[in-house]
Write a protein that binds this ligand. Structure first.
Ligand SMILES: [Zn+2]
Length: 238
């Protein structure tokens, strides 16, 4: 098997809550792996239709926002190299109120279909938004039931996991991905989510100024800590 085929066989599944979670939080990592030939499937629980940002000046309303956010997400997927996108069609801001069992079963089904080598979702308590924490909780349960807990990582914000001890983790639990070569793709994905990013003036400044706002690394928490000698701290595929 040549290198190309080996790369094509790697698969990453992301289970997140809203359009833009993938770009704003871990877009550099997704662009990096996509550029290496990893097949990426994104599952978004909602269409983010209750978002308060409507563009600047506003070009959306409550009726038009769901379709627009889906369209903008598809564009962002193209920017990052995400090939597959599906929605769970849960109403925005209600993920935490859903019955967990049917949701876990659905996500188990997606894991079975996509056979991922790596699964990314939100941390159940460090997710930063009730929808994030809720989708992280059910995805974690689905991974356990599928025997995929060793492939599961939690996404994290900015460089908070430079100091994992503050959150009850050690350095051995963290994977630190160098995304410095993929920040242009991350920026185009930010801009693809126009209704969400338009109000952030820095996103629309000249590229070199906007790019300077991004960190060179994105950090992931391994859900199931393994022995330090076995685990690669710089690559999600180990
Ligand atoms: Zn979100």
């Amino acid at each position: 098997m040549n290198n190309l085929n080996e790369e094509i066989s790697r698969k990453l599944l992301l289970v997140l809550a809203h359009p833009d979670d993938e770009s704003f939080i871990c877009g550099g990592t997704l662009a990096k792996y996509a550029s290496e030939g990893v097949q990426i499937t994104l599952v978004s629980a909602t269409r983010g239709e209750m978002g308060r940002r409507m563009g600047n000046p506003p070009y959306l309303n409550r009726e038009t926002i769901a379709a627009a956010r889906e369209r903008e997400l598809r564009h962002a997927c193209d920017c990052l190299g995400i090939q597959q996108l599906q929605f769970l069609d849960i109403r925005d801001k209600t993920v935490e109120f859903m019955d967990e069992e049917p949701l876990i079963t659905r996500i188990e089904g997606i894991i079975h279909e996509t056979a991922p080598d790596v699964v990314l979702t939100f941390h159940e308590t460090l997710g930063g938004h009730p929808d994030h924490c809720a989708i992280g909780k059910v995805t974690t349960a689905a991974c356990r039931r599928s025997g995929k807990q060793d492939s599961l990582y939690y996404i994290s914000f900015g460089n908070m996991m430079e100091q994992p001890e503050r959150y009850g983790y050690t350095r051995g639990d963290i994977v630190k991905i160098d995304v410095s070569a993929h920040l242009e793709a991350k920026l185009t994905a930010f801009r693809a989510h126009r209704c969400q990013s338009e109000i952030d003036e820095w996103v629309w400044r000249p590229d070199h100024e906007a790019l300077a706002r991004f960190g060179a690394y994105e950090y992931f928490i391994h859900a199931e800590p393994t022995s330090p000698d076995r685990h690669n701290h710089y690559d999600l595929f180990h």
